[in-house]
Design a protein around this ligand. Structure first.
Ligand code: ZN
Ligand code: ZN
Length: 412
């Protein structure tokens, strides 16, 4: 058992340092050099200490992961992840450890090299030999010393990985699934950001599906689709997920995809599983069709009541809607991509019936719930759309998409 070093005097000493507001340029530069080197050494010691914490089992004895332990000590999640990753890899990379301990390589650059070495290992058909790994570390360190950023080191590692795979009979990068990744992150404002790195085959499937489902569709008045290409691709991704949830049978109700919990005494604090709170408006749109399970919970998150089934459109009714509307009544998207919308919402005592339902694709469904588009049932027993005043100041009703060849003066 080693003796724990006492770092307090160093901390006190550093705390007492006063940086004058004005310094000679050369002096300021010299202080900056030393300061960043200090930071690199401290970062490296934190990596080593992460290894020690791991070996003493401190995290496990507290019933949490090493990453969680570091976060409880004030590390940001990304820093905790980096310390754990580098701490695990550094004992096998003595050259890199020596430079890091010397304070010449920043923690971010050390991490880029570790990630690069891990990437090359993943690309290799077998284990990477010690000699080859030494050459790779030296190459990536050389990149750092010639001023490469962490991202550029990552690019270089990809090239080295390709070279190593080619020499060892491994797959070309475009065909190597072993390095495929898909990561998501919930942002502080409750959105989801995706990052994917995919082989050619999965990539081609994704692009083909998104391209097929993201074609522009004219607005009901014939003007061009107002959605940007990027927004259309995002809508297409949702369509892919909805199609997957229905297992190919367009008349079946989608299998449950979403779980919403609604506190009994504060229904405006509804939460979507994995994501966070949602507004009452969005709750109504989600509960319009079947892709969501709502659970009413009490103050302790104990379920009181499962969502009522009478809001679901059963298959025969869904087929009747397909027969009458044929497609999204606003934009004409094929029926397999539509939701069944309650014209009068079920929470406002709207019944689940042919007369109170219509087909809307997800994007148009959102227009109806959030953007002021209304749906009414006409005398012709077909649904009609009423645009918001911002689109048409007269708010003239527009027939459903499959009835657009009709003259407006046949209207209700
Ligand atoms: Zn639509
Ligand atoms: Zn709806």
């Amino acid at each position: 058992m080693g003796i724990a070093p006492n770092l307090s005097p160093i901390l006190d000493h550093l705390r007492d340092v006063v940086l004058p507001d004005e310094m000679a340029g050369d002096d300021a530069l010299e202080v900056a050099r030393c300061l960043f080197r200090l930071r690199n050494v401290v970062d490296h010691l934190a990596v080593i200490l992460t290894g020690v914490l791991d070996r003493c089992g401190v995290a496990a004895s507290q019933g949490r992961t090493l990453r969680e332990l570091l976060m409880s000590l004030g590390c940001a999640p990304s820093v905790a992840e980096r310390l754990v990753r580098v701490g695990g890899a550094l004992p096998l990379l003595p050259t890199l450890a020596a430079h890091a301990g010397d304070g010449v390589v920043s923690g971010e650059h050390v991490d880029a090299i570790v990630k690069g070495i891990n990437h090359i290992q993943a690309r290799a058909p077998g284990p990477v030999g010690e000699e080859a790994r030494f050459a790779q570390v030296t190459d990536l360190l050389g990149q750092f010393f010639s001023g490469a950023t962490p991202a550029a080191i990552g690019d270089r590692a990809r090239r080295l990985g390709n070279r190593h795979a080619a020499a060892e009979g491994g797959l070309p990068a475009a065909e190597d699934r072993s390095i495929n990744t898909l990561d998501h992150r919930v942002t502080s404002d409750g959105r989801l950001q995706l990052r994917a790195d995919l082989d050619a085959e999965v990539g081609a499937k994704l692009v083909a599906a998104v391209e097929e489902l993201s074609a522009p569709r004219p607005e009901p008045d014939g003007t061009p689709d107002t959605r940007s290409a990027s927004r259309r691709r995002a809508d297409a991704l949702e369509a892919v997920l909805d199609i997957a949830a229905r297992g190919g049978d367009i008349a079946s109700a989608p299998r449950t995809q979403l779980l919403v919990t609604v506190p009994a005494d504060t229904p405006d604090l509804a939460r979507l599983e994995f994501m966070g709170s949602i507004s009452t408006m969005t709750l109504e749109r989600l509960t319009c069709d079947t892709a969501v399970t709502t659970v009413i919970v009490d103050g302790e998150q104990v379920p009181l009541d499962m969502g009522r089934d009478k809001r679901l459109f059963p298959a025969p009714l869904r087929k009747a809607l397909y027969l009458r509307d044929q497609c999204c009544i606003k934009c004409g998207a094929p029926p397999g991509r539509t939701h069944a919308h309650h014209i009068v919402h079920w929470t406002h005592h709207g019944e689940t019936s042919l007369a109170n339902g219509c087909l809307l694709c997800p994007a148009c469904h959102a227009n109806v719930h959030h953007d002021g588009w209304d749906v009414v049932m006409g005398m012709d027993k077909h649904p009609w759309l009423i645009p918001p005043a911002s689109v048409d100041s007269q708010r003239t009703p527009i027939p459903a998409y499959n009835r657009r060849t009709m003259r407006l003066d046949h209207a209700a």
